[in-house]
Design a binder for this molecule. Structure first.
Ligand SMILES: [Zn+2]
Length: 61
């Protein structure tokens, strides 16, 4: 996995954070923080983060 490819938008981004082994770009982080929890987009972000978290557990358990 290329650590510089954002797991949400698949964009290549040098900035951003590493969340449990998944790279998230600053654009997406900003969008997540501004997305209302009732928004369908929020569910999408949540599913990606959940998937990332599960992969992390599988890899390190
Ligand atoms: Zn992104």
């Amino acid at each position: 996995m290329n650590p510089n490819i954002c797991q949400i938008c698949n964009g290549i981004e040098k900035d951003g954070i590493n969340l449990l082994g998944a790279h998230l770009c600053t654009n997406c982080l900003n969008r997540i923080s501004k997305t209302d929890i009732d928004d369908i987009e929020y569910e999408y972000y949540k599913s990606i983060i959940k998937k990332t978290w599960l992969n992390y557990i599988i890899e390190y358990s």
